[in-house]
Ligand binder design. Sequence first.
Ligand SMILES: NC(=O)c1ccc[n+]([C@@H]2O[C@H](COP(=O)([O-])OP(=O)(O)OC[C@H]3O[C@@H](n4cnc5c(N)ncnc54)[C@H](O)[C@@H]3O)[C@@H](O)[C@H]2O)c1
Length: 441
Amino acid sequence: MNPVTATTASPVILADAASVPVNPVADAEPTPLVDARAQLAEAIELLGYGDGLHRMLATPRREMAVAVPLRRDSGETEVYLGYRVQHNFSRGPAKGGLRYAPNVNLDEVRALAMWMTWKCALLDVPYGGAKGGIAIDPRDHSVGELERVTRRYTSEILPIIGPERDIPAPDIGTDERTMAWMMDTYSVNSGYTVPGIVTGKPIALGGSLGRASATSRGVTHIALAALRHAGIEPGRATAAVQGFGKVGADAARFLAEGGVRVTAVSDQYGAIRNDAGLDIEALSDHVRATGSVVGFAGGDELDRDAVLTQDVDLLVPAAVEGVLHGGNAADVLAKVVVEGANGPTTPAADAILRERGVLVVPDILANAGGVIVSYFEWVQANQAYWWRVDEVESRLEERMLNAWRHVLGYAEARDLSLRTAATALAVERVAEAHRLRGLYP
Ligand SMILES: NC(=O)c1ccc[n+]([C@@H]2O[C@H](COP(=O)([O-])OP(=O)(O)OC[C@H]3O[C@@H](n4cnc5c(N)ncnc54)[C@H](O)[C@@H]3O)[C@@H](O)[C@H]2O)c1
């Protein structure tokens, strides 16, 4: 991504409510925001809500776009664009990840923030949704440069974040080290340590035991339940996992521990396959050593995107948005799709998969383990009292499976897809909170 050359101070952009289409344009390009709005529109119609409430829920409460100047190790200055979008506060402070990727843009961040609102409401954690990002490729930067970018971005968005306002967490391209820098920058500016400002921190700084693997554990709880629901015994099941990062790698490991034969995985560089089952531990060692799944001796090379159309029982997309679309959904052979990533399935793909009888468990349910344990981390940090890992993991499992049963029951009673059911349940909860609080003034 080319950095911009501007060096001006950060503009604050207010969402233009009038520009938010209540009904998405039918032939709009499939982007995450178009998809997210289409899903909201479907839920609004199902719930019988009016246009005013629809506009409220389609429009982020607050958006900030900032310039992030970076002094590179070479001495040159570059400027990157950063964003923070707070979609909703009706149920509590905003909560959501921070993404470093070259293609980050305001519309993508808006979509991800909206999905966070639904996820928090669905899992009944007391937050609204937010998301942030910087259009930067972290692989092009030294650790020192990433630290300076993170501290400058944190300083720019400082007025709108805080443990009672908006609590960031890791997402694509960021990790616990990024969260430590954010926490330190916020704390230095406050004059005292504020561990509740971010989640996904290192354990030594007040992070929660079990947070790093929470999203993947949650994906696995849901995947095993969904397989059984589809009549497939996990011990006889096969799986393909797209993405071998924080979510995908541990999801593959936990699935294998749960008896599922993981036969194909991919990352942004390529894919590998072994019909006898990949040795996930050995593969993780290979990725730690080389940075990619490519070249792993325990499998054969596969075309990168062929991971999506493997003849397996379970497909876990755990990389980026929009990978299952109108052009490839008919080729998906899996019987169950469990969304580790946010927004991997476009509405066009959703319709095709439903028609073909594929069970799709939506992101706002399947990958909610991360925000659940983020909530546990925030509670622990605010109370300065830390839980044992078995307490964290059993509470995580209980919440995930309760939400699974709730969504399944709602969907079956009304003959809805799991996504429509989950979105409608979540939208209903946010609308209820909004109604009870009333519209100020
Ligand atoms: N980290 C969390 O706790 C969390 C929680 C909920 C949802 N998510 C979502 O899960 C997804 C992955 O996040 P992460 O934290 O694991 O990020 P990450 O940066 O740790 O890993 C991303 C992985 O996806 C791979 N990838 C990127 N493009 C790809 C492509 N086109 N094909 C195949 N692989 C590709 C990368 O090589 C990497 O292996 C994102 O959608 C994120 O929003 C993450």
